[in-house]
Design a protein around this ligand. Structure first.
Ligand SMILES: Cc1cc2nc3c(=O)[nH]c(=O)nc-3n(C[C@H](O)[C@H](O)[C@H](O)COP(=O)(O)OP(=O)(O)OC[C@H]3O[C@@H](n4cnc5c(N)ncnc54)[C@H](O)[C@@H]3O)c2cc1C
Length: 483
């Protein structure tokens, strides 16, 4: 992603880009679900959507279903799109909340087109007409990460990136200031450079092994530190969403692709053994396993400085927040965007580096708070993991956000970072963090008038969802992937 983007945005007469990868080491290869921003990434590169989907066996994603999170038996979808329509300038979730407090039982999910479509395994892209009832949603993709990387490699090479297959065995630092001077490969080749982008995954080969940047560990807030992953055969209708099912010591993902389903159990090694986690995963697959389960270890957190001296750590080298909301690929995208915005000259202005680190810290922290919310806002007390997360102290920034929503139904507003109001509303309500009050502008509105408004919204959303083709039909027509 980084080489492809830089080759698109930097002029070849100003910058020569080298990419070093090692097939012997390989890639982590498990990032399969994304958030809608990936479409912007693809568009800025000028990728053809159908071609990209065909080459990576991608499916569409309208959101994530959370099963058993707040209570055993609960299920809700975090959709990529807004709920309902405002009523006289008042946000829809306040209208819904006013009726809920008056005793109306209709779930918030009924007012979201992407949720209604997802539940029916249907998909059609949003209308480009902002006034249309089928405009106010977005979508992302679920794809085979092991195919996306070579797809982008080919893109980058076409735009002049020189790729070298080889293992970095040594990193030389400049005596004067400790900046990285060159890399040495196992072949003996020495590669010099001005700016080094560490995309070496959990190794943190440059940023940590050479520059000793340091890591901020967030395991006390997000205790899952391992995952076991396995693909299985597809089963049943092709669903346009990811599912995250809470388990005894973590949660299990299910990501439907065109040719198979990706599965994994993300868990805390404090609360379950690796063997038990693998057995739980294998017992809960929809179809026949296509490989042996693969174990991955990680520490949730962030590099103390994602840009240190002349090294920018992108991807897992820069940090990792567990994949509950499919945010890592987004964070790669954010790192690249901010790097291009703040691209250095050879003077490496300290202020520029500080600004990059500030915005990346904000990006990581916003994702972190959102993920912690899913764990902490639970009523589950049936296993040690759920007892721990329910009662643990949480970041002050999240405590403030939760309190404001619980008291007033207000979502803290921000411009930088991932997840805006509809996402927070979805997860608050889904996790049973319900507002005590509603917008006072609704005080004098007769309930019948409000009921007519929300009734119209849900009927329109339902009709739109029912009119969509099935996800499988849409993909077959749009992508015609060669299996
Ligand atoms: C369990 C799990 C589930 C995930 N699910 C999702 C998800 O659903 N959605 C999402 O957005 N993200 C997800 N992620 C994160 C996602 O997998 C990564 O963000 C993404 O794959 C990018 O990884 P990376 O390129 O940083 O590291 P890697 O894939 O590990 O790539 C590292 C690269 O560095 C090279 N390298 C390393 N050392 C050397 C060396 N010495 N010499 C030469 N080359 C070297 C390797 O060959 C490789 O090419 C998940 C991660 C995990 C662990």
């Amino acid at each position: 992603m980084t080489a492809a983007s830089l080759s698109r945005f930097l002029r070849p007469d100003q910058c020569a880009i080298r990419l070093v990868e090692s097939q012997e080491i390989g890639i982590v290869g498990v990032g399969e679900a994304t958030v809608p921003h990936i479409r912007f990434f693809n568009q800025t590169l000028g990728l053809d959507e159908a071609d990209f989907m065909r080459k990576t066996h991608a499916t569409f994603k309208l959101g994530i279903e959370f099963v058993d999170w707040a209570r055993l038996g609960d299920s809700y979808i975090h959709p990529f799109g807004e709920y309902g329509r405002e009523f006289r300038g008042v946000k829809f979730h306040h209208c819904w909340n006013r009726l809920r407090l008056a005793g109306d039982p209709q779930p918030l999910d009924d007012y979201s087109l992407p949720i209604l479509a997802a539940k029916r395994a249907r998909f059609a892209p949003p209308s480009m007409d902002p006034g249309s009832p089928v405009a106010a949603f977005g979508y992302a993709f679920q794809f085979d990460a092991t195919l996306f990387a070579p797809y982008l490699r080919a893109y980058a090479e076409k735009r002049g990136v020189r790729r070298t297959e080889g293992r970095v065995v040594d990193v030389a630092l400049r005596g004067t200031d400790g900046f990285i001077e060159s890399l040495t490969l196992a072949s003996g080749e020495k590669i010099e450079g001005d700016l080094f982008i560490d995309c070496s995954g959990f190794f943190g080969l440059l940023t940590e092994k050479s520059l000793h940047t340091g890591y901020e560990d967030w395991t006390h807030w997000l205790p899952c530190d391992r995952a076991v992953a396995v693909p299985c055969e597809s089963f049943g209708p092709l669903l346009p969403y990811t599912r995250a099912t809470a388990r005894t010591a973590g949660w299990q993902w299910r990501i439907p692709l065109q040719h198979r389903t990706g599965n994994g159990y993300v868990y805390s090694s404090k609360f379950v053994s690796d063997d038990e986690a693998a057995a739980t995963l294998m017992k809960n697959l929809d179809g026949k396993a296509l490989a042996e389960p693969r174990l991955l270890r990680f520490v949730t957190g962030r590099r103390k400085k994602t840009w240190n001296r002349n090294c920018v750590a992108v991807g897992l080298a820069g940090g990792f927040v567990e994949p509950l909301e499919s945010t890592s690929i987004y964070l790669i995208q954010a790192a690249i965007t901010h790097l291009i915005e703040l691209f250095p000259d050879r003077n490496y202005d300290a202020l520029n580096i500080d600004e990059y680190n500030r915005v990346m810290d904000v990006e990581f922290e916003r994702v972190r708070d959102f993920i912690v919310l899913h764990y902490h806002a639970t009523e589950r007390d049936d296993t040690p993991l759920w007892n721990y997360v329910r009662t643990m102290p949480i970041p002050d920034s999240l405590a403030y956000k939760m309190e404001l929503f619980r008291e007033r139904g207000v979502v803290v507003n921000y411009k930088l970072g991932l997840f805006y109001e509809p996402s927070w509303v979805a997860v608050y309500v889904g996790q049973r963090v319900l507002p005590k009050r509603f917008d006072p502008l609704l005080d004098d509105t007769p309930l019948d008038e409000l009921r007519r408004h929300v009734g119209g919204v849900s009927a329109a959303a339902l009709a739109a969802a029912e009119s969509m083709p099935t996800h499988a039909e849409f993909i077959a027509g749009y992508v015609r992937a060669v299996r």
